[in-house]
Ligand binder design. Sequence first.
Ligand SMILES: Nc1ncnc2c1ncn2[C@@H]1O[C@H](COP(=O)(O)OP(=O)(O)OP(=O)(O)O)[C@@H](O)[C@H]1O
Length: 307
Amino acid sequence: MSSETVSVERVAKSYGRHEAVKSVSLALNAGETIALVGHNGAGKTTLIKLMLGLIRPSAGNVRVLGENPAAGEFAARKSLGYLPENVSFNMALTGRETLAFYARLKRAALCQVPELLDRVGLSAAMDRRVGTYSKGMRQRLGLAQALLGSPQVLLLDEPTTGLDPSLRRSFYAIIDELKSQGTTVLLSSHALTELEGKADRVIIVNRGIKIADGTIDELRHIARLPTRIRLKLADREPGTVERWISDTGRWQRVNGHMLEIDAAPEDKIQLLRRAAAEGAPVADLDLIPPTLDELYAHFLSTQDALP
Ligand SMILES: Nc1ncnc2c1ncn2[C@@H]1O[C@H](COP(=O)(O)OP(=O)(O)OP(=O)(O)O)[C@@H](O)[C@H]1O
């Protein structure tokens, strides 16, 4: 059963005359990893700041762990972890001192400091000054800071910026572990390809409006983009491939034995059945569904088409 940890209801936020967020509603659940995706200036950070109670909505309601985060006494704050987009630390302090400072601020147990530094792979560097850290190391220190106090809701703004592929993998391993413990993890990101298979749900915002919200499969279903079917034919007899293409029409030859077709969702199975029934000498088969990048472009174009 899903239990809601964050609820945003018809929330708007204006900065002067500029509406950064326009009547957005969304809900996040325990044990769920959600990707918040959008162009620069789409309103992602504003939504995260609203959830943190750092800014107040101009209209609508935000509830986090049952409370209003912008209320003066927000008891649930201790259960919130936040990694800002641009982490900046005091360069003169060591990693251990930095984390201890944040642990005191957050009233988290100091024994968590070495544990968390170890978890993000900074044990060997914890007594070095942060000024000597690489960008990726600072980002990991930021993640350790966000994990202080074992938060139930973790809001991470562009968390993988500056991480190389192997650090990204260990970052997502930590996220998976938190998810299995029931933590809600919201990741704001531009790195769409990397989010495939990592996020349970994707929320797309554009110009302050939520334009899509669902699992990648649900978004594929709504977008109805074609799936590419790629067949590799075993051409045992000369002319088999030619004969088969001329019989079936719409397939495109990619190279020697490779054929491709872009199939609408409702035609996919039918096309595969036909390929089998018509005796195509298939040696291999790939089904390439639309990527998150393609889905994102699709949803943006549908909003851009609106007046
Ligand atoms: N304090 C502020 N004062 C005025 N305008 C602001 C303020 N903060 C954000 N904005 C504007 O609100 C809009 C949304 O900004 P926001 O930072 O939420 O976008 P974002 O999706 O996080 O972008 P990015 O990916 O670049 O971080 C932008 O047009 C931005 O210029």
